[in-house]
Every structure is written in C-alpha cells, then in structure tokens.
Design a protein around this ligand. Structure first.
Ligand SMILES: [Zn+2]
Length: 295
C-alpha cells in the first residue's frame, strides 16, 4: 500500500459580514467536539460507527449543528483521542470555543474567482480567499489533490487551512545511511560532520520524517545507547574514549574525532545492524538516535 503525503496550504480569508456566523459555528462546533471526546474517552469508544450512534443525535440537538458539521465534530474528537492514546496521553482532548472548525468535502466548496462556500450554523456563507503567490502556486500543482480544510482564527484574522495530499514516491532500495545524533551540546550532527544548531535544527526536527518521506527517504529510529562512547572505527566501547563533551579519542585504536560526529557514525551503522523502525520503505535510511521525543 502506498503512503500518502499531506501538506497544508494556509490562506487568508476575507469573511466580510459573515464573522458572527463563523464565530458562533466555531463556538458550537468546538463545544460539541469537546463533549464528544469526553463521552468517547469515558466510555472507551474507539470505533467510528459506535461513536456515531452514541453521539450524533445529541450533537445535533444540544449544539444545533447540521448533519455534516456534527459528523466533522465527531471526526475531530475521535482523531484527537486516537492521537492522545497513541502517544500514551492520559488527558482527554478538549478545545477552546475559538479553536479550528473542521470542514470536509460536504461542508465546504471552493468556488471560481477565489470564493469559498462554508457551512455554518446559520446556513451556507460565501467568503473570499486571499492567496499569496506561493499559496496560489501550491493550489495549481495538479499532482496534489485538495482534501478537507480547517477554518482558523488567529489574532482576529481568519484563515482557511486547506489540506492537500498525494501518494508518496516509491523509494529505491537502500544505498546508505545518514546518522543524526540529537545531542545536547550541539543539537544535531550528521555523520558527514555537518553540525546543525538553533533554528536550523528546529526545522529539521519539526516535520524531518515528512521531508524524508517526500524525498523517498526512510527514517529509522535506533537505540542510541553507548553511541557516544563507542569508537566508530574499531568498535571499542569505553567511557574514557570520550575525553570531554566535544572530543572523542579511542583508547584502543587512537581514532580521533569530534564526539558528536563519532556518535552519528555509530548511529548510521546501527540502523544497518538493528531492526530499524522504518517509516515507510526505503531509499537512503535516515537514522535518528531517538528515544528523543522531539520528533
Ligand atoms: Zn577505536
């Protein structure tokens, strides 16, 4: 089965006189999503159909949402619960009344001349999209299909976050590995000796798996234990090999390197040895020494 790439195109929205309808829609939608999440969380409901039968009628009656917005609120709640459970979270998801409203193919429609029709608690309203050149270019890329959207209000400005998706490219067979050590002194070091820090690496950490996927690469997570004290040249493992935070000198073979670079080499090698957790399939393997929860 092919993996799917997903990206978001945030576009500013001119809502004209429709702001009150959108505010009220967001209020009821998020109150409903919060209530649905509470019910499903407390009652241990994970199945979509079960959730639908349990909450649909009451969502419509108590929150005054139309049929499709009620379905979207349930989808938002269930997705958040799933994500929370997956990461071992013990907090039931909840939303502020001005959080995003989820739209699907039945609740919003793109119109000619940058118009967009949105389902609200006061019926359909038409707003105007104000895409910049970059957003316009993204929308015109025919390889990406447009999916759902989130209506978002930030500091009083409305945006529509359109979701686009396309099948991920089939990667080639693995030809090598890049080891990345997410360290403390320097935030990340790759095995060719390039050291990243600050903003550079924040970006690397935030969406790395996604970028790798888009480029046909694979992210493999490896056990990082001892990678900082093991010699990448001869495999000798000793705490004393690491002279200080930045300096690695092997007591057996004399191999000398920047300590982070040495560790990154070990990580890369390790992905080839261990059974990596691979996502998805593989070209070049990108190995993150990550028990790190930063990714
Ligand atoms: Zn050595």
């Amino acid at each position: 089965m092919s993996d799917t790439l997903v990206r978001t195109v945030p576009i500013k929205l001119d809502v004209g006189a429709n702001a009150p309808a959108l505010v009220e829609t967001a209020r009821r939608f998020n109150a409903a999503a919060t209530w649905i999440a509470r019910v499903c969380w407390d009652e241990g409901i994970t199945n979509t159909n079960t959730a639908h039968h349990r909450v649909y009628g009451q969502t419509r009656a108590d929150y005054g949402l139309g049929a499709q917005l009620a379905v979207c609120a349930r989808a938002k709640a269930m997705e958040a619960i799933k994500a929370a459970r997956k990461t071992g979270g013990d907090m039931c998801p909840a939303w502020r009344v001005d959080a995003a409203v989820r739209y699907d193919a039945r609740t919003y429609r793109l119109l000619p001349l940058d118009g967009v029709s949105l389902n609200t608690v006061e019926g359909r309203v038409i707003c105007r999209l104000l895409p910049g050149q970059r957003q316009r270019d993204m929308l015109l890329e025919t390889s990406w299909r447009i999916g759902g959207a989130d209506l978002v209000r930030r500091k009083g400005v409305w945006y529509l976050h359109l979701t686009q998706h396309k099948p991920a490219p089939e990667p080639d067979d693995a030809t090598g590995y890049i080891g990345v050590d997410l360290g403390v002194a320097r935030i990340a070091t790759t095995d060719d000796g390039t050291i990243y820090d600050g903003a550079q690496v924040t970006a690397v950490r935030a969406c790395i798996a996604y970028k790798a996927l888009a480029a046909g690469l694979v992210v493999a997570y490896v056990d990082p234990r001892d990678t900082s004290r093991t010699c990448a040249a001869c495999g000798h493992c000793a705490r004393a090999n690491r002279r200080d935070q930045s300096h690695f000198l092997c007591l057996r073979c004399g191999h000398e390197a920047n300590a982070d670079v040495n560790a990154a080499r070990n990580i890369a090698a390790r992905a080839g040895v261990n059974q990596p957790i691979v996502l998805p399939r593989a070209g070049l393997r990108l190995c993150m020494a990550s028990t790190s929860r930063l990714l």
